[in-house]
Design a protein around this ligand. Structure first.
Ligand SMILES: [Zn+2]
Length: 999
């Protein structure tokens, strides 16, 4: 899955040290802690305890009855022999027949009375074989209402309750090992507009008629909401799906008929003959996990009809005017060279109007959010094209990484996601190599894209940031973790750090070994499940089986890799000048990098059997007498320090390509040499090296205690930016200065930072700030230059944006023709800064475009409407955001934009407080999972005692009223953020302002 934000329901976890005691301990501890905590560290610790209790403890064990897997309300079975929350593998499911009848007409809900919910009827049977004798068949299901359940060949009948996550079905004669049994059930369930399980989606046509659609999202436990099954990654089976639905509805008059789709081809007939009801029987799937099934029932058309042959992707949407970067036959074949056949005979791609993730890699039928798949060549931004290509490539990579070879349990999910993430770039690399490029657009320019730069920004930077926090980090292999008990780690770890580590391996081992070993892994484990050790064994096995001689240095990667995967965090390398064997040398030491002073005391937590030491590949770049050379050495975890003999040099840089996962702190002597170089001949350093220095030195200011570098040292290191015109470096500067500018934006010192940054960005803006016709890279640079320059108030930027906006959104004789549409890559700034000083009429005109705009255009409009200075329009926008005009999947975006807005933040907070009933109801009853992001967005800029008090009071009020929904952790984290902001201002604001005024 490609996610924007992952918000899974808190999953009850694996640790259960005596449920009652733990609960009691945790509850009292949490309460007293919350009352007494006055500093952020105490609160962090409290929060961790609270998490542990909240996730790990409230299991209702009642094993005395002899039930081997008692049912808990929370849905998980906790037994002495099964504390994992997974059904054990005693039962092997073989083949499922799932027969569903969907009712998509609100006026006609089949056999059920309409109560505002949409229904489906289901009939499911599956064959299974016990691996050992057992008295129980354990099956997952949720929110299904059964009329019949039985084991066919035992002639048995059961009564099941629809609200359980699973049930253990007893058979007192016992199920015998090796005998095939058949389970069957008839039931009905619901299709709700909640983007999970089998759900309802809608769109409006030109006549304003609502079209109802059905789609699915099964990862990770959605399949059990549609049919009873063993719903976990390692319970692979074959599936035969049959879907029945009405072909035409009142709203399809004059339009297209409905059709059903799944990951396999199907045959359709009228059922009964001559009626409006049609049935499609789909061919049997390969052996696969239940979470990878997909179903759609839509009236969509194909938007890429050039691809109709087997193995070629086809794309569907209700918006015919868009194109999609469908990878052509050669692209697919190229990955297939390494990884074998794809498994399913097709790979359809469908964009649903409502979809919770960015996209989902369902085998044979990939589903997308519209913004992740549909691209309008004339009006959409370049970055959208890039993101779409990467997303499509990501999902395609999943057909092997995740679908063919699947993580054994969710704690191993990095095996799916880290590989899909690195291969999203590799897939595009391949596409760029081909003469034809991507077949969807001849001038796609893929061959010119700076994929390595994107990787640094999209993956490496985000991975380093997430993994810097003791409290929020997890190892890639989450199973080893004992702190945060969620099954999936944060996206920053599982996707970003995971891909960065794989990229590091590719860099060190070379493509022959990297692709050879991963191909070996794929072929050995096709249609099976894998754990992390399988991957490590595949590297070992490939090298041994093929008698590959690798340099002694390189063999080091295989054993130390488990240190990287199973251990939290990553190394901070400290580099100093030294003497070694009477020669000038550079000496390295390492320790765990901690991104916050508050956590220095717990740098050795949770205890690691590896002691928070790593074998670190040291890639260096230095200049001796004007000659630049580079080298690589290993700093073993067995050494206390490591020296590289250099002789006299002009400068010495480490990790200059920004491909290794670490931070590098130089001694003041080395730092001085670097600063001299940056101020006189910065281009001797590769752009990635300059980006790395900025990224690391801004991170160092977050932990002065450890680094003895504060925020003025960060700005000192980035001073060269006044002559910097490279997008990569400006991407990093924009992100690195984000914290400072977010805080100062709301203070009286805003102007000081603005003036300094205007001077810094001037050169970059002069090159890229004006409307340019150029390569994709030029367009991306233009968007960045505008973004930074306008943010800090560079007058030309803001004035030009406003002028372009007035040309576009203007009435001539009362009518707007929207003829002067801004260049796509200027829209972000033009809309925002135009709206900021625009009229109420212009604001309303922009809003009136929202309903019919493309999803990509909608995203820009949503952000820009929050830029207004007008308090009336802010109130209007807050109200509108609660209405259905903004889809559930997008609601948080408008509120977050308002919460971050210079003029709208305080009104947004007031609105949330006085309308909490709305937010609470949306969370509890309507499946809105992203309200926490709005609180996060508010807290990131609060930096006064009054704001903290206000937050605490509201939190405490909700807590007392029991109306927090599941936002306890969000509110506690928000308090920590505000405390940190207050501290930062007390310690550094004056010093920084003095520095900015002097420079
Ligand atoms: Zn994914």
């Amino acid at each position: 899955m490609k996610v924007y934000f992952l918000f899974f329901a808190f999953v009850l976890g694996q640790i259960c040290p005596g449920a009652e005691n733990c609960l009691q301990f945790c509850t009292s501890n949490y309460e007293s802690c919350n009352l007494q905590c006055t500093d952020s560290f105490c609160l962090s610790q409290c929060l961790r305890e609270f998490d542990r209790c909240n996730w790990g403890c409230p299991c209702e064990i009642n094993c005395e009855s002899g039930c081997p897997c008692p049912i808990s309300e929370s849905g998980w079975a906790f037994c002495p022999e099964n504390e994992t929350g997974y059904i054990d593998d005693t039962i092997e499911p073989l083949h499922y027949d799932v027969d569903l009848r969907l009712w998509l007409d609100p006026e006609n809900q089949g056999a059920h009375e309409t109560e505002g919910d949409f229904y489906f009827d289901g009939k499911t049977s599956f064959t299974f074989k016990p691996r050992n004798d057992t008295d129980y068949l354990v099956v997952n299901f949720f929110d299904l209402h059964f009329s019949h359940v039985g084991i066919i060949n035992l002639n048995s009948q059961y009564k099941l309750d629809g609200q359980k996550m699973y049930v253990a079905i007893p058979w007192h004669g016992g199920f015998k090992a090796g005998i095939e049994y058949q389970f069957e059930a008839e039931y009905y369930g619901f299709m709700r507009p909640n983007n999970y399980g089998l759900y309802l989606s809608t769109y409006k046509d030109e006549q304003d008629r609502t079209h109802y659609l059905a789609g699915t999202q099964f990862e990770d436990e959605g399949a059990r909401r549609v049919f009873p099954c063993i719903d976990q990654p390692n319970a692979k089976a074959e599936f035969t799906l049959t879907i029945t639905h009405e072909r035409d509805f009142s709203w399809t008059e004059g339009g297209l008929s409905y059709w059903a789709n799944t990951g396999m081809p199907g045959e359709t007939y009228e059922n009964p003959a001559g009626s409006n009801v049609i049935t499609t029987e789909f061919a049997k799937t390969v052996k696969m996990s239940s979470y990878l099934l997909a179903i759609t029932v839509t009236d969509f058309i194909s938007i890429d009809t050039s691809s109709v042959i087997d193995q070629i992707p086809m794309a569907h949407s209700y918006r015919p005017e868009y194109s999609v970067p469908v990878f052509n036959r050669d692209d697919v074949a190229r990955l297939g060279i390494y990884y074998g056949e794809m498994g399913m005979p097709k790979i359809d791609q469908t964009a649903l109007p409502d979809f919770s993730a960015g996209a989902m890699e369902n085998w044979g039928l990939v589903l997308y959010r519209e913004v992740s798949m549909l691209y309008n060549r004339t009006s959409d931004r370049t970055v959208t094209k890039h993101n779409i290509c990467l997303t499509v490539s990501h999902e395609l990579a999943h057909q092997w990484w995740g679908n063919h070879v699947t993580c054994d349990i969710w704690e191993e999910i990095w095996l799916n996601e880290a590989f899909a993430t690195i291969f999203q770039y590799i897939g595009v690399e391949y596409a760029g190599d081909l003469d034809e490029r991507l077949n969807w657009e001849e001038d796609s320019q893929i061959g010119t894209w700076d994929l390595e730069d994107w990787f640094i920004i999209g993956e490496m930077m985000a991975g380093l940031e997430t993994d810097a926090s003791v409290m929020n980090s997890q190892p890639l292999l989450n199973k080893e973790n004992t702190w945060n008990i969620g099954r999936w780690g944060p996206v920053g770890i599982i996707y970003r750090k995971g891909a960065s580590i794989l990229s590091m391996m590719r860099c060190i081992l070379g493509d022959d070994i990297f692709f050879g070993a991963t191909s070996y892994h794929q072929q050995n484990l096709a249609y099976q499940n894998a754990v992390t050790d399988d991957l490590l064994n595949s590297f070992d096995g490939f090298i041994t089986d093929n008698n590959i001689e690798i340099a002694a240095n390189f063999s080091l990667i295989l054993t130390p890799l488990s240190r990287i995967i199973k251990q939290m965090g990553y190394p901070l390398l400290t580099v100093d000048i030294d003497q070694f064997n009477n020669e000038t040398a550079v000496k390295f030491t390492q320790q765990r990098w901690i991104g916050s002073e508050d956590e220095n005391d717990i740098a050795d937590q949770p205890p690691s059997s590896f002691g928070y030491k790593w074998s670190v590949p040291i890639v260096y770049y230095h200049s001796v007498a004007g000659q630049v050379t580079q080298g690589i050495e290993w700093f073993s975890d067995l050494e206390n320090e490591h020296s590289v003999t250099t002789g006299e040099f002009d400068f010495f840089l480490v990790n200059h390509e920004f491909k290794m996962f670490n931070r590098v702190l130089y001694s003041t002597v080395l730092e001085q040499k670097i600063l001299e170089q940056l101020s006189s001949k910065k281009n001797v350093f590769p752009k990635a090296a300059r980006a790395k220095l900025v990224a690391d030195y801004f991170a160092f200011a977050e932990n002065y205690e450890l680094t003895k570098r504060d925020i003025t040292d960060s700005f000192e290191m980035a001073k060269f930016a006044s002559e910097e015109t490279t997008k990569l470096v400006w991407d990093v500067i924009d992100s690195a200065t984000g914290y400072t500018s977010t805080i100062l934006k709301f203070t009286e010192n805003k102007g000081v930072l603005d003036i300094y940054m205007q001077g810094q960005v001037r050169a970059f803006y002069d090159v890229f700030g004006n409307a340019i016709i150029g390569t994709d890279a030029d367009h991306l640079a233009m968007e960045r230059a505008l973004g930074v320059a306008c943010k800090f108030g560079l007058s030309e930027c803001v004035n030009d944006a406003s002028t372009e906006f007035n040309l576009f959104v203007t009435r001539v004789n009362g009518v707007v023709d929207y003829e002067n549409e801004p260049m796509a890559d200027r829209k972000e700034s033009v809309y925002c800064y135009g709206t900021q000083v625009g009229t109420q009429d212009q604001w309303r005109l922009q809003w009136s475009r929202y309903a019919t705009a493309s999803s990509n255009e909608q995203a820009i409009i949503r952000r820009s409407l929050a830029c207004t200075k007008d308090p009336v329009m802010i109130q209007v926008y807050l109200q509108l955001s609660t209405q259905d005009d903004i889809r559930l999947q997008d609601k948080h975006y408008s509120f977050v934009a308002l919460a971050k807005g210079l003029y709208s933040r305080d009104d947004t907070w007031a609105f949330i407080k006085s309308n909490w009933d709305y937010f609470y109801n949306m969370m509890v009853n309507e499946g809105w999972t992203r309200v926490g992001l709005i609180i996060d967005a508010l807290a990131e800029s609060w930096s006064t005692e009054e704001e903290l008090k206000d937050l605490e009071e509201f939190f405490s009020k909700l807590d007392q009223e029991d109306r927090l929904a599941n936002l306890e952790k969000t509110f506690l984290n928000a308090q920590i953020t505000v405390m940190k902001n207050i501290d930062w201002r007390a310690n550094y604001e004056t010093k920084l302002i003095d520095w900015l005024n002097a420079n």
